[in-house]
Ligand binder design. Structure first.
Ligand code: NAP
Length: 312
């Protein structure tokens, strides 16, 4: 039985699949063109895709009735057509928890980079412009006492809140429902108006698509910061470019729409936009652990057991 793994994965987790007698086909390129995905998936029992592979009904049908499990190498599953999977009796699993801390760390890295203009500073020094210390050089925002608004108080949202406490930030949040947490729960519109820093941590769903539209971006406080380490399509990119030209202090984005953000995109020209290439979970240990979790889920389905991290 064949398992298609759409990228090389860190660590040794895939060896376990081979030990179980599975044929493991690993695609070794930087990305997997659609036609090649469709060809390689034919006859597969299992599929381990990354966030960049769109796994829709066409892919499932090309795999054929042998396909029993899609073990996502991510916690977000917006790239998989869950309805189509359910209809075909294909289990879909993901990798929650193991990437929570790494993604919260990266969120904080972006927050500090934007607030304290770290990237501008590095650039300034590298270009040989650093000639003197000056009281007004590259002034940024003092974090202590500012309000961090968390949109989506799940695993990552809560891990970001923990870090924020150590920095003396006030925390408020919105989520589908209030939680037994020591922070005020606010309706989304109130949170947007009150936050000095707004950080997005919801999954991408039809409900959250373009959650941060033009109106909401401009109803953020003047001089506020937007952070997005969830999914690019939560934000209207064109409106964000406008908001960054005078309304917002800056934005830290690990995810964009479109993604990858093409060379020459207007966002790259804005000094107050700090953009990383979707590396939220990119810790050596985290990425190896994600591979182990994907493999555990796949093997559970192989053995006819309930997988530990099902989404469908
Ligand atoms: P999670 O534990 O499921 O948390 C998501 C939270 O969003 C939940 O608390 C949920 O509320 C809330 N939510 C859902 N729909 C909402 C809505 N319409 N309005 C307000 N809140 C809503 O997921 P997680 O593990 O923290 O991951 C969150 C997302 O981060 C993932 O889906 C993924 O897309 C993204 N991510 C990105 C990276 C990266 O590399 N940049 C890495 C990991 C994850 P309730 O709890 O009330 O249901």
């Amino acid at each position: 039985m064949k398992v298609l793994v759409t990228r090389t994965l860190p660590g040794k987790a895939l060896d376990r699949l081979k030990e179980e007698g599975l044929e493991v086909l690993v695609h070794e390129g930087l990305f997997l063109p659609r036609e090649e995905l469709l060809r390689k998936v034919e006859g597969a029992f299992g599929l381990i895709p990354t966030v960049e592979d769109r796994i829709d009904a066409e892919v499932m049908d090309r795999a054929g009735p042998s396909l029993k499990v899609i073990a996502c190498y991510s916690v977000g599953v917006d790239h998989v057509d869950l309805k189509a999977a359910r209809k075909r009796g294909i289990r879909v699993t993901h990798t929650p928890d193991v990437l929570t801390e790494a993604t919260a760390d990266l969120t904080f890295a972006l927050l500090l980079a934007v607030a304290r203009r770290v990237v501008e500073g590095v650039d300034y020094a590298r270009r040989g412009r650093w000639r003197a210390w000056h009281p007004e050089l590259l002034l940024g925002l003092d974090l202590q006492g500012l309000t961090l608004g968390i949109v989506g108080m799940g695993r990552i949202g809560q891990a970001v809140a923990q870090r924020a406490e150590a920095f003396g930030l006030r925390i408020a949040y919105t989520s589908k429902e209030a939680k037994p947490l020591p922070y005020p729960f606010l309706p989304l519109e109130d949170l947007i108006r009150e936050a000095d820093i707004l950080s997005l941590h919801t999954p991408l769903t039809p409900e959250t698509h373009r959650l941060m539209n033009r109106r909401r971006l401009f109803s953020m406080k003047k001089g506020a910061i937007l952070l997005n380490t969830a999914r690019g399509a939560l934000v209207d990119t064109e409106a964000l470019v406008g908001a960054l030209r005078g309304h917002l202090f800056g934005a830290g984005l690990d995810v964009t729409d479109p993604e990858p953000l093409p060379p020459g995109h207007p966002l790259y020209a804005l000094p107050n936009a700090v953009i990383t290439p979707h590396i939220g979970s990119a810790g050596v240990r985290t990425r190896a652990r994600m591979a182990e979790v994907a493999v555990e889920n796949l093997l559970a389905v192989l053995k006819g057991e309930e997988p530990p991290n099902p989404v469908a």
